[in-house]
Design a protein around this ligand. Structure first.
Ligand SMILES: [Zn+2]
Length: 193
């Protein structure tokens, strides 16, 4: 194709460039690359608060979201909070997926525990560790509505990450980012089936 008129040639060229950029945009939007988002939905059984939040995009933890989760998981007795180990949040999202309920709302029985609260609990209830990982903001006690405590415990054990405590009489499990271990509180042999 030849254009004797330089103006026409320019118009044809710019049209061609426009078309190329359009094709490039189309092919880019046909293959979108979104980083994987990690989201948590939590209900706190003591404060009655709810949170539904994306806390990680790809490999990046979102500081603002982590701050909100730290506040959400504060000691409900004293109001004190501590910065949570974000790997615990990854453990929770993997746990709901392993339990077959990736979008379910997790019921939080206990998040961060200040040293005062831990001592208070140790004095008034059984089954509370002196050096609990709750005091390091690395542990959480939870239920998952629609999933039995026993099945939730099995799902947690299947991840092979951190500690898994089973409290069948109280109807919750404990998970933490400490060493891989497990226990049962209230089971006659220490570990229920
Ligand atoms: Zn616990």
């Amino acid at each position: 194709m030849r254009f004797r008129d330089p103006f026409l040639a320019m118009v044809a060229l710019s049209g061609f460039v426009l078309m190329l950029s359009f094709v490039a945009k189309e092919s880019a939007s046909a293959r979108p690359v979104f980083p994987e988002e990690r989201r948590l939905r939590l209900f706190h059984t003591h404060t009655g608060e709810r949170i539904d939040i994306v806390y990680r995009r790809g490999d990046a933890y979102l500081d603002d979201a982590l701050g909100r989760l730290d506040h959400f998981l504060r000691d409900h007795r004293t109001g004190q909070g501590l910065h949570y180990d974000p790997h615990l949040f990854d453990l929770l999202t993997d746990l709901t997926a392993a339990a077959g309920k990736p979008d379910a709302e997790i019921a939080v029985v206990c998040g961060y525990r200040s040293p005062w609260s831990n001592e208070f609990l140790r004095a008034h209830t059984a089954g509370v560790a002196k050096h609990s990982l709750h005091m390091q903001a690395r542990a959480i006690d939870i239920r998952l509505p629609g999933v039995s405590t026993r099945d939730l415990r099995s799902a947690a054990l299947s991840l092979h990450r951190g500690g898994v405590g089973y409290y069948p009489r109280s109807g919750f499990i404990h998970v933490d980012t400490g060493r891989v271990t497990q226990w049962c509180f209230g089971c006659s042999d220490g570990l229920a089936d």
